[in-house]
Write a protein that binds this ligand. Structure first.
Ligand code: FHN
Length: 425
């Protein structure tokens, strides 16, 4: 990978992160687009801002869950589209320091995760529905899109950008060394220099020289931006951020060299807490997605949406522990691993780290395991993790008597998950 991405080395080592969507939208449990979907003018959204009082919140619990899951970095929504700041901002229109709560939740998040050696990132929304100068015209889902007085009013875009840049400067200046900034999102003509992105990136790089920036100053979850071009824009970012999807072949630049990328995914079907959405992905599904993204040279950023008090459900905690248990056995095939450069086999995925090839056997192949295209002379050892062991073991040992393999243990862990509405105490 070109040294253009030299600062991403930790990112490609760590592979697995926690995304956290939390704010006033977590009060009602109707998702982070509640204000837009319900077309709530400011005064109608104010009760949710005032109701965001997570006095029982303990960031240690989040950090503990991430550590047990084997997550190596974490990204918190310090400001989502509703404009509410989880950090102490002199410029905030609404936030934890002005709604009566009075605790700097970003500072608490950073302290708890750093104490465990987990890298820290901040999600920052480029869109701000609460700011009078953020126009309703381009953003079809702006809560005021049907409010003619708002829509037809004069919006001073430069004044909005001053506000946006000032808040980013506060986060970059006041919270120590940050590992990653996750902007969200560009769309239509709202991209690149429309955000005064060159100036923003220069400021960020001056304050946080080693920080990673995603590609959403000019892109979104379904686009690349210029990062893959021979002459990428200064705001192209350090990694691509596909959303709820895993690219077929991983992500390469136009010269065919791999580019760092990270698939972000929800645990259920929503980013912010959504009451009644109990469709949590199983640990096996998460592990399979983690294997797939790493086999294609990518990362997985798995989202949790804590409730109004910052609690994670007991079901999610148990699933995360299952994933961490698998990683404690098979982590060598994930952390610091990546593309193997050989064709994907029909029974699963290869990942490769240094001179070690890992065969992740997810489906029982027909006949012996064919390590197609594998030059075993160049590979020091082939480690196969297979599932379920009893089904795989016989033909694996028969086919490859001299290969050690790492077992997944039981098929679908026999954990009986409590009902999702059981909240962690
Ligand atoms: O609109 C946001 C959405 O609420 C969520 O934050 C996702 C996460 O990547 N990003 C945007 C949609 O692409």
């Amino acid at each position: 990978m070109s040294d253009r991405f030299a600062r991403s080395r930790w990112f490609q080592q760590d592979r697995f992160g926690m995304f956290i969507h939390w704010g006033p939208y977590s009060v009602a449990g109707r998702g982070e687009w509640q204000r837009s979907h319900e077309e709530l003018p400011r005064e109608a959204y104010q009760p949710f801002i005032d109701g965001f009082q997570p006095h029982g919140f303990d960031a240690e619990r989040w950090a503990d869950a991430a550590e047990k899951a084997g997550m190596r970095y974490a990204v918190l929504t310090v400001k989502h589209h509703d404009g509410f700041c989880l950090f102490d901002s002199r410029h905030a229109i609404s936030g934890v320091m002005s709604n009566g709560f009075g605790r700097d939740l970003l500072a608490e998040f950073l302290a708890a995760f750093r104490a465990r050696g987990i890298k820290v990132g901040v999600y920052f929304s480029l869109i701000d529905w609460s700011h009078p100068d953020y126009p309703a015209h381009g953003d079809l889902n702006h809560p005021h899109r049907h409010d003619e007085a708002y829509r037809d009013a004069e919006h001073d875009w430069d004044r909005y950008l001053e506000f946006l840049h000032a808040q980013v400067r506060e986060v970059m200046s006041n919270y120590g060394s940050l590992d990653l900034v996750w902007f969200d999102f560009s769309y239509d003509d709202m991209s690149g220099e429309k955000w005064r992105a060159r100036e923003l990136v220069e400021m960020i790089r001056e304050l946080q020289p080693d920080i990673l920036i995603n590609n959403r100053l000019e892109a979104n979850g379904g686009s690349f931006g210029s990062i893959a071009e021979p002459e990428p824009k200064p705001w192209a970012g350090d990694f691509v951020s596909p959303e709820q999807l895993i690219p077929a072949e991983g992500i390469l630049d136009q010269a065919g060299s791999p580019i760092p990328w990270e698939a972000c995914m929800t645990f259920n079907n929503h980013w912010g807490w959504f009451r009644g959405d109990h469709a949590f992905k199983s640990s096996q599904t998460i592990i399979r997605k983690l294997i797939e993204v790493v086999s294609k040279g990518g990362n997985l950023l798995l989202n949790i949406g804590p409730d109004r008090d910052g609690r994670i459900s007991g079901v999610e905690l148990r699933i995360l522990e299952d994933v961490g248990q698998w990683l404690r056995t098979n982590g060598d095939s994930i952390y610091g691993a990546g593309r193997a450069g050989i064709a994907k086999p029909e029974w699963g995925y290869y990942t490769c780290r240094d001179d070690m090839l890992y065969a992740h056997v997810l489906e029982q192949p027909i006949g012996p395991l064919a390590l197609v295209g594998v030059d075993t002379d160049t590979i020091e050892e082939i480690v196969i993790d297979s599932k379920p062991v009893e089904r795989a073991e016989s033909w694996l040992i028969e086919a490859y008597p001299d290969i050690a393999f790492v077992s997944w243990g039981d098929d679908d862990p026999a954990f009986t998950y409590a009902m999702p509405d059981e909240r962690a105490t």
